[in-house]
Design a protein around this ligand. Structure first.
Ligand SMILES: NC(=O)c1ccc[n+]([C@@H]2O[C@H](COP(=O)([O-])OP(=O)(O)OC[C@H]3O[C@@H](n4cnc5c(N)ncnc54)[C@H](OP(=O)(O)O)[C@@H]3O)[C@@H](O)[C@H]2O)c1
Length: 256
């Protein structure tokens, strides 16, 4: 197989939830550059439309699907609407996520619900409902955005850490369950990338500690995440399922 086919996504349909901004948007651009049509979902329609314009400028088809993925009725309706208007995706990326830094003793139950509903429940049910249709077709690829917090405990980020451990666990579980039925399920664990999620909420001192703890000694560039997503979505990864690939400047490898 020629390398451009091995890593190419021509003719594929991708859907990126959380694709309007940050990591999801960078992955959407990467998938489009590899040849896929890429559709985007998230709560803010204007943000989605801006990102869709960027994908169309690359010559790809791209539609915006505004949805609050924590609203189970809306999410169910959205899964149906995507199927009707652009067809069942070949590639689903779950990049939706929220983070709230606080002392463990200070979180309120509504904080817990918001973080877990976004980072775990919506990822589970988007994977489950698109996955069911992919199983019916006998093919599909799901990529979720995990985190270094899928592997470690980070002080003042307890609920997020629990949620991201959940993303890694569901990736392994769904992969095991669906491997023989044509649906691959993988994840990417980014290191520190400055986005709307963290750039204002991390103090300068916390950012400095994150950089100091990262062997490459810097934050990641969003552009550096796309390659892992293209690989996982491509024919090159057809025997790969259940893995979480760190893109972290060496963070998880390092002792001190
Ligand atoms: N930045 C990092 O260093 C880092 C590291 C590891 C993992 N991650 C993970 O990477 C993913 C993307 O985060 P990011 O850093 O790129 O931050 P971001 O720009 O804030 O992206 C989060 C995306 O999730 C969407 N979203 C949030 N709640 C949603 C909901 N209820 N329904 C639908 N969409 C929703 C947001 O769009 P709307 O607001 O328009 O809904 C936004 O596009 C998250 O899962 C995050 O946990 C980030």
């Amino acid at each position: 197989m020629k390398v451009e086919h091995r890593f190419g996504l021509a003719g594929r349909q991708a859907l990126v939830i959380g694709g309007g901004s940050g990591i999801g948007r960078a992955i959407a651009v990467g998938l489009a550059e590899a040849g896929a049509d890429v559709h985007l979902a998230g709560r803010r329609e204007d943000v989605l439309e801006g990102a869709c314009g960027q994908l169309r400028a690359l010559g790809r088809s791209s539609r915006a699907f505004p949805v609050d993925a924590t609203d189970m009725d809306a999410l169910r309706e959205f899964v149906g609407a995507v199927g009707v208007s652009v067809g069942l995706p070949d590639i689903l990326v779950n990049a939706q996520g929220v983070m709230q830094l606080a002392a463990a003793e200070d979180y309120e139950p509504e904080d817990y619900d918001r973080i877990m509903d976004t980072n775990v429940k919506s990822v589970w049910f988007a994977s489950s409902w698109f996955g069911r249709a992919m199983l019916g077709r006998g093919s599909g690829c799901i990529i979720s955005i995990a985190s270094l917090a899928s592997y470690r405990g980070f002080a003042r980020n307890g609920i997020y850490c629990m949620s991201k451990h959940g993303v890694k666990a569901m990736t392994e579980t769904l992969a095991s369950e669906w491997a023989a039925r044509g649906v691959r399920v993988n994840a990417i664990a980014p290191g520190f990338f400055m986005t709307a999620l963290n750039k204002d909420s991390m103090t300068e001192e916390r950012k400095a500690r994150a950089v100091a703890r990262t062997p490459m000694g810097r934050f990641g560039d969003l552009d550096e995440l796309a390659g892992a997503a293209i690989y996982l979505a491509s024919p090159a990864a057809k025997y790969v399922t259940g893995v979480t690939i760190p893109v972290d400047g060496g963070f998880l490898a390092a002792g001190m």
